[in-house]
Design a protein around this ligand. Structure first.
Ligand code: SF4
Ligand code: SF4
Length: 194
């Protein structure tokens, strides 16, 4: 085609689009499911007895390119235990004003404590509400789970818990089915979003 017809060629592309089927979703009245591995808001998972998987190691915070995670670890005691092993995440915050939902933090987590759900409705009208706290991020207690603090119910040592995870026994996640991360064991192929 001669060069002087190039503008017309461009309009041709536009013209063709006008007759294509419109793919408009009437959100928020209609909410379509995301792709199964969509990276949505985070979740802090539990072991099947309700103890938390987070050990307060801060690796997720160090991995985050947007500096969106703040963690303060603390020591478990036999009287007050929140996770198997020595440490737990006493303070855990994710700043969704900064987070770009890239998933590097969940890759860095050594215990599969941190995974991502398919939830994406994170908008709000003030900055404060977009800094999510541990209480908002931690997975709900499922039937059979006990709210921490409490002693280790599934083994004598931290290692017993990790072996449970390795054998495919996993802890609490919010209900799967919407692409939610269901298997959050430390070693399993884990249904995590990647
Ligand atoms: S998803 Fe990415 S940006 Fe968001 S908290 Fe994790 S590492 Fe940081
Ligand atoms: S979520 Fe994982 S990486 Fe982050 S502090 Fe807890 S255990 Fe460590």
């Amino acid at each position: 085609m001669p060069d002087f017809l190039n503008p017309i060629k461009g309009f041709g592309v536009t013209f063709r689009q006008m007759f294509r089927k419109v793919d408009t979703v009437q959100y928020p009245e209609v909410v379509q499911p995301t792709a199964p591995r969509f990276h949505g808001r985070h979740q802090l998972n539990r072991w099947p007895d309700g103890l938390e998987k987070c050990i307060g190691c801060e690796l997720c915070a160090w991995a985050c390119p947007a500096d969106a995670i703040y963690v303060e670890g603390a020591d478990n005691t036999e009287e007050e235990r929140y996770s198997p092993g020595e440490r737990y995440g006493r303070v855990y915050q994710i700043n969704y004003l900064r987070c770009i939902l890239c998933g590097l933090c969940i890759e860095a987590c050594p215990t599969r404590a941190l995974t991502m759900t398919n939830e994406y409705e994170l908008a709000d009208d003030n900055r404060e509400s977009l800094i999510w706290t541990k209480e908002q991020l931690v997975a709900p207690l499922l039937p059979g789970m006990e709210a921490p603090p409490h002693p280790m119910r599934l083994g004598e040592t931290e290692r017993d818990y990790y072996e449970l995870g390795a054998s495919g026994i996993v802890g609490g996640s919010q209900p799967a089915g919407d692409g939610e991360i269901a298997d959050d064991s430390p070693s399993a192929g884990d249904g995590k979003t990647e």
